[in-house]
Design a protein around this ligand. Structure first.
Ligand code: NAD
Ligand code: WQD
Length: 353
């Protein structure tokens, strides 16, 4: 990656996008950001600037499906490559609003591809998800990239469909180069406490929920099942620090030049932690025992999802450096400094439970 390389980051104000912007700016990359702020706040990019002391070339409030607006962004800036984060990401919401999920995630990706094609930009890093493995993950043991893709909900299916489209485009238009990163469970926050994950409403995901219990916004963690065939009976996932995920994107950009066509890589640590281990580790970070209750399993959950990261380690030499205590420490710092996310006071929909 040349220092003057200009990367378009879609969804750059979101959780993973904002941390990736920090990583890229710290490595001399020029950035243009588009985001419709449907799941993020305008203050985020100000904080990215504060952390890095660098300026984003330009940021635009644009819906990724708006080809006209997107073309104008490409025409105004010499874009060399794109990192495409912009998407809807909640599994539960995707079951209630499948059309909206396919429209944003698949329609957004095809709109972006058609503009890239029209503008002669061929290099893309795509945000995929371990959820595409779906039922294939039931078997236990680390999942490698050859695991069959069997999504079980519209969100996961939208990512699987995008991968299929991207693979076809690369096969039929050989000048395209696409790296699809299948993240497992990104958590944590920037160590400054200025950037982190801000769920809207009651958090679906474990770490943000635990974090809100720690800060006193929720009374206890509901542990979804303790009768799984795992060491302590609670489900195991491959949590990884969002700064490690951000670094993987920088390295992916560097590897686009030696990529042929479409490639997908798992982005995880290769190490699983149970729900109870996460609650305990967070308790150590915030120096208090966090209350929890065992409740029924969440429909659709599997016992264990852990990445086989042999490919990315062997081919890129990328290894995550941060452990579960570091993920909890940084998530806790962000939660303490920003108890209501990027807002200054409690929004109505986030009442105390
Ligand atoms: P996020 O919601 O924090 O970030 C997504 C960003 O995209 C937000 O800023 C949102 O406002 C923006 N956006 C949404 N729809 C848009 C549209 N139509 N036009 C323009 N911008 C739009 O999510 P995240 O956790 O940072 O996830 C980033 C990407 O990684 C997503 O594609 C997600 O599916 C994928 N992913 C996330 C996880 C995870 O656990 N966070 C795991 C695997 C994959
Ligand atoms: C982790 C574990 C729950 C909340 C999701 C998406 C996946 C990807 C990552 C986007 C599970 C348990 C949770 C709670 C609990 N995202 N849990 N109490 O389900 O592994 O993956 O995020 O691509 O697509 O599906 O993550 O954080 O929701 O759950 O006991 O209040 O914690 O049952 O075992 P998941 P999660």
């Amino acid at each position: 990656m040349r220092p003057s390389h200009t990367t378009l980051v879609t969804g750059g104000a979101g959780f993973i996008g904002s941390h990736t912007c920090v990583e890229l700016l710290n490595h001399g990359c020029e950035l243009v950001v588009v985001d419709d702020y449907s799941n993020s706040a305008r203050q985020v990019l100000e904080r990215v600037r504060a952390i890095t002391g660098r300026t984003i070339v330009a940021d635009y409030e644009v819906d990724i499906r708006d080809r006209h607006a997107l073309s104008a962004v490409f025409e105004r800036h010499g874009i060399d490559a794109v990192i495409h984060f912009a998407a809807r990401k909640a599994v539960g919401a995707s079951m209630r609003m499948p059309v909206e999920y396919y429209d944003t995630n698949v329609g957004g990706t095809t709109a972006l591809l058609s503009v890239m094609r029209e503008q002669g930009v061929k290099d893309l890093v795509f945000s995929s998800s371990c959820s595409i493995y779906g039922e294939a993950g039931q078997g236990g043991g680390p999942l490698d990239e050859h695991t069959p893709v069997r999504p079980t909900n519209p969100y996961a299916a939208s990512k699987a469909i995008c991968e299929r489209i991207l693979a076809d485009v690369c096969r039929l238009c050989p000048e395209f180069r696409v790296l699809s990163l299948r993240y497992f469970n990104p958590v944590g926050a920037h160590p400054s406490g200025l950037l982190g994950e801000v769920p809207s409403g009651v958090p679906d995901n474990l770490m943000p929920y635990v974090s809100q219990v720690a800060v006193g916004r929720r009374t206890h963690v509901n542990v979804f099942g303790d009768d799984y065939p795992t060491a302590d009976g609670t489900a195991v996932r491959d949590y990884l620090h969002v700064m490690d995920v951000a670094e993987a994107h920088r390295i992916a950009l560097e590897h686009l030049a030696d990529t042929e066509g479409f490639r997908a890589y798992n982005i995880g640590t290769g190490k699983g932690s149970s729900v109870l281990q996460v609650i305990k580790a967070f308790g150590e970070a915030c120096e208090r025992q966090l209350p929890y209750r065992i409740v029924a399993r969440r429909p659709g959950d599997v016992a264990e999802l852990v990445a086989d990261v042999t490919a990315v380690q062997r081919e890129w030499g990328w290894r995550p450096t941060q452990d579960l205590p570091a993920m909890c420490r940084d998530a806790w710092k962000f939660q303490q400094l920003n108890p209501f996310g990027y807002r200054t006071r409690e929004p109505k929909e986030m009442e105390f439970q």
